[in-house]
Design a protein around this ligand. Sequence first.
Ligand SMILES: [Zn+2]
Length: 374
Amino acid sequence: MNFEVITKDTRTRARRGRLHLAHGAVETPVFMPVGTQATVKGMTPEQLKALSVEILLCNSYHLMLRPGHEAVGRLGGLHHFMGWDRPILTDSGGYQVFSLSALRNIGDDGVEFRCHLDGSTHFLSPEGAVDIQKALGSDIMMALDDCLGFPAEHAAAAASMKRSMNWADRCHAHFQKVADDSQALFGIVQGGVFADLRRQSAEHLVQRGFPGYAIGGLAVGEPNEVMYEVISAVEPFLPEDRPRYLMGVGTPADLVEGVALGVDMFDCVMPTRHARNGSLFTSGGHIVIKHARYKEDPGPIDSKCGCPVCQTYSRAYLRHLFMAGEILSSVLNTVHNLYFYLDTMRRIRQFIEFHRYDELLTEVRRRSSSAMEE
Ligand SMILES: [Zn+2]
């Protein structure tokens, strides 16, 4: 893996870069659609490519339980299995263990948990998380971390961060033993909302030397300003020549704010999950397509949107599909929402290239404050 910073904005910390991975190059800042079960729900790989998706995120937790990472490995790895030949980032599985399964026991060696599908017992260790992601064959794998809830006291956050750093060390050591240079392992900065812990965590990981750094444990219920403060507290301790990945974030406005604070990579289920729920992003805020006011609305979702859905279909038709529970509703809504996110990232990259990122930031802040007044 190789990361080049192409240009930096002069008035914010925004950077325009390019990630070179085993399965291709990725222009940054980048948004990674989430393909939980080795599929972005409702989308074929061809449709994703038509939307210019360059990298996907897949969830190790789901894939290790079903169909099993070893099976995926025997079938040629995740890329071959799902018919996607561009880069893939996998998470460690830790986040879903903490959020989906009935936990049995977290110890220094890892976490024992019950599968949410059939109740079977499993154990996830730092070494195991690397082995699972090695079998999947993702371009970027993530270290196993301890996922802290919000709110958490300083002492609990400190203990959780220390456990995460210990696990990161073990992932790093195991990765050196078993992996080759077709994969890269990122470390994850933890420490809750506490600047001192975040700094300690970042310094620990940077000393170990990872090719990329994630900021984890955010977007778990804390106010947005707190999230931005944490990113600002971490960023100065991360090396400039390595990509920074803000995990699980967020709204289009969060992406613009995150980039201004020096973030290069994002993932979030929001555009795809909202699409299936009939919530659609537009340049004037989001709309809920089932609303009666769209019953005979002949206009597109967003007249400013260049996506194929907005070129062809009316709000009335999309509302009809949603109300009738048609599969095509999810497909078309997902195409539009992903296009909206990817187009936001394209604009972000352009504004950085023109050294005018503060203008985009001002525009987005003005829009979100006027949306709140409505
Ligand atoms: Zn559209």
